[in-house]
Design a protein around this ligand. Structure first.
Ligand SMILES: *Cc1c(COP(=O)(O)O)cnc(C)c1O
Length: 428
């Protein structure tokens, strides 16, 4: 059997899926604190209007603009669905393990699915520069590439630890002519304040958000602030992943028993799982949704379900999700990505409604899973994706113990070629 299932260009989904109307209850709204400073209004000024509208949609299906579809095809969508036959044999499991190959996109991750859309909308509304934050760097690279594709400039605030541990990501952004700053940044007020408290502040996605929002708000109308995760419009664009996967599983006549994804802000998970939400809720099958995260940043397994800001300077609105607190900084030894203190309200709500399971793994377990995947399948996964692989292995071992022929599908969210330094640090 051919282990790879492809879709042709004309089979690419033409619409994104908005899951909010199909959630089991009313999603808690994004809101402002009571201090008189409206972050929601600020957000409307620094983002293309259509993106704010897409956070509050009532319709379930949204046409993908032709210009974005064209870019999706140019970057290699639809991506393949592949079976990990060698890994199955190695574990001697009756389970079948499939993975969706978002690692084959240029820039090495699924992030282009939304950065291309956000760049297109920003350009259409007259902005000339994209401003954003990045944690591990893949989002920054995707934004710099997308800006170039639509003739725009890009400015990226990158968490200082990642900037130092993953110099090649910053280099790649610069090759796209993007401007990259270490975060916390001395060119912003928010950044300078954090640097005064700790001149070696390691930075985080949160500090980058503070830097980027402040920069965009000082250049209204020219700089569009774009987000790589958390917000409903990001998950909306990412549903292309799950919609393609569904078509591919249908071609194989396979009903999945478990979907597995790693979770940082929750966008690859949301984009991959949400197109399967209706059948999960209708209980037509025993479909399990499994989120995997790091023991160092255990927001879904140990965080609290409550309103919180997305950044330490409290410039974002309040969103309800599982959080470790907006001043949380991951331990310095943590180099496996997935560093966010909180995340997507949709993903948090699914967890709260008990339709999302979660497992946390240690850094060594995660990188060892990546090493096994490379050895058996010949594909080098991003450290974030190794969390999903570790989760899929766990489910395959459970299936072996119970002798159940389960179909397990995970999202291979990205490639690890720019992360070899992290592999070296953890494994050797
Ligand atoms: C950004 C990223 C993630 C985590 O982000 P989510 O928004 O949680 O999906 C996971 N894997 C890779 C390769 C990434 O680049």
């Amino acid at each position: 059997m051919n282990p790879v299932t492809n879709l042709s260009a004309d089979e690419i989904p033409k619409q994104w899926y908005n899951a909010i109307p199909d959630l089991p209850g009313v999603l808690p709204a994004i809101k402002d604190p009571d201090d008189g400073f409206s972050r929601i209004e600020l957000g409307k000024k620094i983002r293309p209007k259509v993106l704010t509208d897409q956070d509050n949609l009532e319709e379930s299906w949204i046409d993908i603009p032709d210009e974005v579809l064209e870019k999706y095809l140019q970057v290699g969508r639809p991506t393949p669905l592949q079976r990990a036959e060698n890994l199955e044999k190695y574990f001697d499991t009756p389970a079948k393990i499939y993975f969706k190959r978002e690692d084959v996109l240029p820039c090495g991750s699924f992030k282009l699915n939304t950065s291309l859309a956000q760049a297109y909308y920003s350009k259409r509304e007259g902005f000339d520069t994209l401003v954003t934050e990045t944690g591990a760097g893949q989002w920054g690279v995707a934004v710099c590439m997308s800006a170039k594709q639509f003739g725009m400039d890009a400015k990226v605030f990158m968490a200082r630890t990642s900037y130092r541990h993953k110099p090649y990501c910053a280099t790649m952004m610069k090759v796209f002519n993007g401007e990259v700053y270490e975060s916390p940044s001395s060119i912003t007020e928010a950044g300078s304040k954090l640097l005064k408290e700790d001149s070696e502040h390691p930075g985080s996605i949160g500090t980058g958000i503070s830097d980027a929002i402040e920069t965009a708000s000082k250049n209204l109308g020219r700089f569009a602030y774009v987000s790589g995760s958390n917000l409903p419009h990001v998950l909306l664009h990412q549903t292309i992943i799950g919609l393609e996967t569904k078509k591919q599983l249908d071609k194989l006549s396979i009903t999945p028993n478990a979907l597995v994804a790693c979770v940082g802000g929750g966008s690859n998970l949301g984009g991959f799982f949400l197109p399967f939400l209706k059948e999960k809720i209708a209980k037509k099958s025993d479909l399990q949704f499994m989120a995997t995260e790091s023991e160092s940043v255990p927001r879904l397994t140990e965080g609290k379900y409550q309103y919180d800001f997305g950044d330490p300077a409290a410039l974002t609105p309040l969103m309800k999700s599982y959080t470790l607190g907006h001043e949380f900084v991951p331990p310095k030894i943590h180099i496996g990505g997935l560093r966010q203190h909180s995340g997507s309200p949709i993903v948090g709500f699914m967890r709260h409604k008990k339709i999302l399971d979660a497992l946390a793994f240690s850094q060594s377990e995660v990188f060892e899973a990546g090493q096994l995947f490379l050895q058996h399948e010949g594909i080098l996964p991003a450290p974030e994706s190794c969390h999903a692989i570790r989760g899929a292995i766990q489910l395959a071992l459970d299936a072996k113990e119970k002798n159940e022929p389960k179909n397990i599908v995970f999202c291979l969210s990205g490639s690890g070629w720019l992360d070899l330094n992290s592999y070296k640090k953890v494994l050797f």
